[in-house]
Every structure is written in structure tokens, then in C-alpha cells.
Design a protein around this ligand. Structure first.
Ligand code: ADP
Length: 719
């Protein structure tokens, strides 16, 4: 045997497997290959090659080398790094990295070209076609170019004067032009852009926090950083991560405007053939700017020089299912591996990032004012203990009054409520039964748009019954609490003349409909928009001058580690939608807890005081960013097996200094789809190698086949 190839397969396996390299295959590291596993043939990647002389175990041969780009060495290192960080199998991270390469390829196009043979019966029309067909083109384009009907073309094909070729369409990613002028920057934007350019000139791994209030022009500044990397090297690539990218077409348009070419987009809404083309073009270095969702971090960049994580505090950067990762943290890791620059941008940075900036690990670039003299909105609290809404209503008198004034001036209002559906809970007036999904600890949410009760956790849904399924009482089910659909109903009743719309992930058919809604809002075709956080992020609505937060306390309930931080960030973003242009904006927050630190910070626009208090609390408890956290979740349908496993695991916890293990406890969502769930929480000092601890611990107790164990490093959800 000449050589042994280690092949990493995109599966939850602990390591790469060895195969024999067939004579003449000449494999290289990173190559995509097809290899047998049991009876199956799978696509994997070569992660090692060594001399096979003296090896006496019969190895199965690699079946074939794929005709697809190889994974660059840095991408492979990143895949391994991400897996180790997540205490997960490298094959799981590899599966994400290969997703684009394995998407269905574009269908070949039928192109027509002159064969060189003369037609049997020359006519003027036929001559025009043959003159136009010197380059391959589609039949439609040829018919148009020669001004003939498709029959003329068919005849020439039958004659043999034209021939048909099948060609795979290639997506062309027009090269961006960094020399085009950008916006004229104001002095603080110019200073931040200068610092970023300096960082890029210096080269190597560099990290910066671009910390600027909403509307301060962070996008304009990081566009300058993108221009700088593109200009510095003809092959340099830049990646921009955005939350809710499918809806943020305005940002894409700004890239196009700045560089004269559209960037490649990477998110779940991109059709498989284009996905495959983007993947290949990124690997070939032909695509220089990618604007994408979190999984774009796993693309096979040939020469990645800059990563921007916009709205870096956003919770959607945490992937919670399957391979669990925090894209913001991984972006920094990837930049380190690539020796590239990373820019984290936010108006409300995460505590982790602020801490890195405070301790000098990241450069801290600040933009403290809105561009062009626009003022931040005035934020006031409405104390619902003093002015509660009428029973069965959710908008208090002061908020309704402000909406009326705003409407009267021809300006727009946004009512923000981070709750989809009509009512978050349906219960029976007769017996008190709460409607839940089958075998799941989660309430069913009433949706009036669809007339169904929906479980937001499992996707289960059913028509709203007219009898209580528990006691059988008729018409006894009542809707408790508000969702956006219910607030929309109330706004319509209060302002029958106004154009009221509702916007949540359920009320729009697809991303296109979402973009239309945002466009309509931006163009002033809506007077009052009732929306969840999908509308609160990053958009510019010039005529929006009032933001009303229907339930400012919502995110504080449950009280997990980040409840305060998350609520502050979300509400600062939502209120920051108001008054982004000439007209002054205001925000009204309905709350039962006006003395809460989060409400006081929002009202006083005092982020620093809030952050300082929150940091002090985290520090004294040794919680992130001052310590590390991980959750271990075990689930299974067999309650006995699950219980004995978590007991064994608890007993097997290594005794390590600086580490505390809490649990097992029933998870707050203790039952999902018939599987019981138990949780452990691990807290460790920063100096502890938490991943090594977790891997050792997990290996000490045998996992029954009916039990699934998930490790969530740095958990964001505590359910
Ligand atoms: P942020 O990302 O900080 O919220 P944006 O970059 O979206 O801010 O800027 C807010 C608005 O101000 C946008 O409409 C943007 O086009 C405009 N803007 C920001 N900076 C400039 C500038 N230097 N010149 C012209 N317009 C600007």
C-alpha cells in the first residue's frame, strides 16, 4: 500500500477514519473524496496522509476523488477548532462546511452555436441567425438577437447548421471596485475608519469593537474597512455576518452602491444551485464579498482578510440545534486562524465583547452621535401600576394618546411586542386546564391569522377546538395575554382610519413578503406597525417617530443569566428605530417595574451605568465574562434509563479545582415530544479548560442508546 488517507466524514463520529489511497489518485490534504462506511458511500475530506508501508491491516480504499474544490487548510483547522470548542464531533462542524458543496448543482443550460456547416436552404432569416450564433447562447436569446421565430432555429438545428451544447451555468460574481468613493464621513466616523484601515495595513489577527449608537453610521465605517482590505490585495476576501439577513436587503444595496457589484449572499433562503456556486466561487477566490448568516463562517474562503459581525450582541448568532455554536465567538477564532481582522459592531455590545474591549484585547472605536444631527429618541416609562390599560386591553391611555398625536402629524408608530400570535396561552374557564402540545411542557399559542393553536417549540398545531379537551365544556376556552395579532386588533379598533399592519414571522408568507412589508413601512405606506423583533433590527424608517413597547418587562421574566442584558439590548434597538432622520423621535415603554435597573438605564440612556452594574454582578458570581458556563442536557423517552444515566453522570463528575457542577435538575421544559429532559450546569473559572473537563466527564459514564446528551458551551437558553 502506498499511502493511508485519514478521511473525516460529516457525521457525529469521534475522529477521522483510515482508508487506503488507490494507486495514482494523488490525494492532497483538504480534497473531497467518496469513501465507503459500512454499506454506504459518503463524501468526506482528507485530513491526513501518511506512508502506509509496514501497515498490515487491510484498509478499504477511497472510492473516488470528487470533482469539487478542496477545503483550504485554514477552513479545516477552523472546523476542528469549532468542534473542540463545542465539545462536539469534528464531523458535525464539517457537515456545515460542506453544505454548499453538496447542494444540488445548477441544471445544465442548452446553448446553441453555429456548427460551421452551411444550411441546406439559405434564407435571409437563416443568415441572420448564423451570423448571430458565433457565440453559444440560449435559443431564446438567439431568436431575439436575429429577430426570428423559434421555428427558424429548430430548422437550422435539424439541418445541422446549428448545434446544441449543454453547459453548466456559472454564476458570475462581478468584482467589487474598492476605488469608488464612499460617503463623506463625519469626523468621528472618519477617525474610526482610519483606525480600521490602520489595523488592516498592520495585518495579522486584529480585533475591534465598533461601538456606536443606533444611526451613528457603523455600516458606513465598516464599508471603509471592506474597501481597505479589497484594495490592499487583489485576492482578499471579506465576510459580513448579519442577523435576519433575509430581511436586510437595504444593507446589501449599500454594498452594491459602494462597490458597484452585488456581494454574494449566504443564508437559508438561497436556492441550492446558487448556494453551490457561491461555495465554489468562495473556494476559488472569485467571490470577494460574502454577506451572510452565521453559517457563512464555515465557507471555504481562499484568502479571508476581514470578518465583520454586525449587531454582534444579537441572540441569533447562537445556533442552538444540531452543532451548537456562537458565531460571534467563532468569528474571532476564525480571524485568528486566518490571521485576519475582525470587527464587531453594535450599539449595545454584549458584556463579553465590552469586557474584551475594556481589557484591551479588542480596539474600542466609538461613535457617540447619530449622523447628521439626528437625535436619539426621548425615552419615557409608562408605569402600568398607575395607568393600567382597561381590562382585556394592552395599550395604556398615555401610549394611545401618543399614537393619536403621531398619527395626527402624519408620522408613523411602531408597537413592539416580542410575542408572536394572538395570545400566548389558552385556558378553560370551566376547569382551568391550560392547552399544551402533546407530550410537551409548552403552552399552545393562539394564532387568529390561521385559526390554530400552535406550539412554538415543536411546531405542533391544531384547529382551536370549541370544547375543552379536558372537561368537555363548550365555548369555555379563553385567550390569555397579548401577542402581536391581538395588539393589532386593538390598534385597528382604536384607529379605524389608520393603516395598521402586523409583522411577525407567522404573518408573512416568506422573506420576499417580509421585504415588501419593510419597504412599505420605509416608504410610509403604513401608519402603525405592530411587530416582533424581526422589525426592530437595523432598519431605517425615516418617518417613524414613535416606538411603543407594549410589554417592556417580558424578557425579564424567567430571569436567566442574560435576561437583563438581553432586554436592554432588544429595547435599545427597538426604541432606536425612532427619529433616525430629521424628525425627533420618542419611545414609550409600558412597564410594571419602572425602578428596574434595565428600565432606568433605558430611560436615562445610560448604558455605561447599566453595564457597570451588570458587570459587577457577574464578576461577584464568577459568571461570563468572568467565568465560564456550560449546560449538559440529557434527554430520553425512557424515564428510568434517563434517571439512572444522570445519576451515574453526577457521580462521575471529575473533581477539578475551580469547577462547580450543579444538577441534575428537571429542565424547565421538562418534556418535549415525549422525551424527558434533565440539565446540569457547570461553572468554571476562566483559567479552567472547560472543554477538556466536559469531554473527560462525558466519557466517564456510558450513554444508554435511548439517551441523548447535548453539551452547550456558554448557553444562552436555560430551558
Ligand atoms: P448604524 O449602522 O450605526 O445604525 P447606519 O450606517 O445605518 O447606522 O447609518 C444610519 C443612516 O445614516 C443611514 O441612512 C446612513 O446612510 C446615514 N449615514 C450615516 N453616515 C453617513 C455619512 N457619512 N454620510 C451620509 N449618510 C450617512
Amino acid at each position: 500500500m502506498s499511502r493511508i488517507a485519514s478521511i473525516l466524514l460529516p457525521l457525529p463520529l469521534p475522529e477521522a477514519f483510515d482508508y487506503a489511497e488507490p494507486e495514482g489518485m494523488a490525494l492532497e490534504l483538504g480534497d473531497q473524496v467518496v469513501a465507503p462506511l459500512g454499506p454506504r458511500l459518503l463524501v468526506g475530506v482528507v485530513t491526513g496522509l501518511r506512508d502506509g508501508a509496514g501497515h498490515n491491516r487491510a484498509l478499504r480504499p477511497v472510492a473516488e476523488r470528487r470533482d469539487s474544490s478542496s477545503l483550504p487548510a485554514n477552513t479545516l483547522s477552523f472546523v476542528h477548532w469549532a468542534a473542540r470548542y463545542g465539545v462536539d464531533a469534528p464531523g458535525q462542524a464539517l457537515a456545515i462546511a460542506l453544505r454548499g458543496s453538496r447542494a444540488a448543482p445548477p441544471r445544465p443550460e442548452r446553448l446553441i452555436v453555429a456548427s460551421g456547416a452551411a444550411p441546406a436552404r439559405p434564407t435571409p432569416a437563416r443568415a441572420r441567425v448564423l451570423a448571430a450564433a458565433s457565440q453559444p447562447m440560449s435559443a431564446g436569446a438567439l431568436a431575439q438577437a436575429a429577430a426570428v421565430s423559434s421555428g427558424v432555429i429548430r430548422g437550422l438545428i435539424e439541418d445541422g447548421a446549428l448545434e446544441v451544447r449543454l453547459a453548466t451555468p456559472s454564476a458570475r460574481f462581478a468584482p467589487p471596485d474598492p476605488a469608488r468613493p464612499g460617503a463623506a464621513l463625519n469626523p468621528s466616523q472618519a477617525a474610526a475608519a482610519q483606525a480600521l484601515r490602520g489595523m488592516i495595513t498592520e495585518g495579522g489577527f486584529q480585533a475591534a469593537l465598533l461601538d456606536g449608537v443606533t444611526g451613528s453610521g457603523k455600516t458606513e465605517v465598516y464599508l471603509e474597512a471592506v474597501a481597505a482590505v479589497l484594495a490592499a490585495e487583489p485576492t482578499a476576501q471579506a465576510l459580513i455576518l448579519l442577523p435576519e439577513i433575509a430581511l436586510t436587503q437595504a444593507v446589501i444595496a449599500r454594498f452594491e452602491q459602494r462597490f458597484g457589484a452585488a456581494p454574494a449572499e449566504w443564508h437559508s433562503g438561497i436556492a441550492p444551485p446558487l448556494r453551490r456556486q457561491v461555495w465554489e466561487a468562495v473556494a476559488a477566490g472569485e467571490c470577494r464579498i460574502v454577506v451572510g448568516a452565521r453559517s457563512a463562517l464555515f465557507l471555504p474562503f481562499a484568502n479571508l482578510r476581514l470578518i465583520v459581525v454586525d449587531e454582534e450582541h444579537d441572540g441569533s448568532y447562537k445556533q442552538e440545534d444540531g452543532f451548537i455554536y456562537q458565531a460571534r465567538d467563532l468569528a474571532v477564532a476564525r480571524a485568528k486562524i486566518e490571521g485576519a481582522a475582525v470587527v464587531l459592531a453594535s450599539a449595545t455590545p454584549s458584556l463579553e465583547t465590552l469586557w474584551n474591549a475594556e481589557t484591551g484585547r479588542y480596539r474600542w472605536l466609538k461613535l457617540s452621535d447619530r449622523h447628521g444631527g439626528a437625535q436619539l429618541p426621548r425615552v419615557s416609562l409608562i408605569d402600568l401600576r398607575e395607568t393600567p390599560p382597561e381590562p382585556g386591553r394592552w395599550l395604556s391611555a398615555p401610549l394611545v394618546e401618543a399614537m393619536a398625536e403621531t398619527y395626527g402629524r402624519g408620522e408613523q408608530s411602531l408597537l413592539f411586542l416580542n410575542r408572536r400570535g394572538y395570545a400566548p396561552l389558552v385556558l378553560c374557564r370551566a376547569c382551568g386546564e391550560r392547552m399544551t402540545a402533546p407530550n410537551t411542557d409548552s403552552w399552545l399559542v393562539e394564532h387568529r391569522y390561521t385559526g390554530r393553536l400552535v406550539c412554538h417549540l415543536t411546531g405542533f398545531s391544531m384547529p382551536k377546538p370549541d370544547h375543552c379537551p379536558h372537561c368537555g365544556a363548550k365555548d369555555s376556552l379563553v385567550s390569555i395575554g397579548p401577542g402581536v395579532e391581538r395588539v393589532e386588533e386593538e390598534a385597528r379598533a382604536l384607529f379605524p382610519e389608520a393603516r395598521v399592519a402586523v409583522f411577525s414571522s407567522d404573518t408573512i408568507a416568506d422573506a420576499e413578503a417580509g421585504r415588501r412589508m419593510i419597504q412599505a413601512m420605509a416608504e410610509g405606506q403604513i401608519d402603525m406597525l405592530v411587530a416582533t423583533q424581526v422589525a426592530a433590527k437595523g432598519h431605517n424608517f425615516p418617518n417613524l417617530t414613535l416606538v411603543g413597547v407594549v410589554d417592556a418587562d417580558l424578557g425579564l421574566r424567567g430571569g436567566d443569566l442574560r435576561a437583563g442584558e438581553r432586554t436592554y439590548q432588544l429595547l435599545a434597538q427597538a426604541t432606536g428605530r425612532a427619529g433616525r432622520h430629521e424628525r425627533a423621535g420618542r419611545a414609550l415603554l409600558q412597564t410594571y417595574a419602572p425602578d428596574h435597573a434595565v428600565m432606568r438605564a433605558l430611560q436615562g440612556q445610560d448604558r455605561d451605568a447599566f453595564v457597570a452594574a451588570e458587570m459587577a454582578e457577574r464578576e461577584s458570581a464568577g459568571l461570563p465574562p468572568f467565568g465560564r458556563l456550560a449546560a449538559v442536557i440529557a434527554s430520553g423517552a425512557d424515564a428510568v434509563a434517563l434517571e439512572s444515566y444522570v445519576r451515574a453522570l453526577a457521580a462521575a463528575a471529575p473533581n477539578a479545582p475551580g469547577v462547580e457542577v450543579y444538577g441534575p435538575a428537571d429542565a424547565p421544559l421538562g418534556l418535549i415530544r415525549g422525551r424527558r429532559r434533565k440539565r446540569f450546569l457547570v461553572r468554571a473559572d476562566r483559567s479552567v479548560d472547560l472543554q477538556a473537563f466536559l469531554a473527560t466527564w462525558r466519557a466517564r459514564a456510558r450513554i444508554p442508546s435511548s439517551v441523548r446528551v447535548t453539551i452547550d458551551v456558554d448557553p444562552y437558553s436555560f430551558l
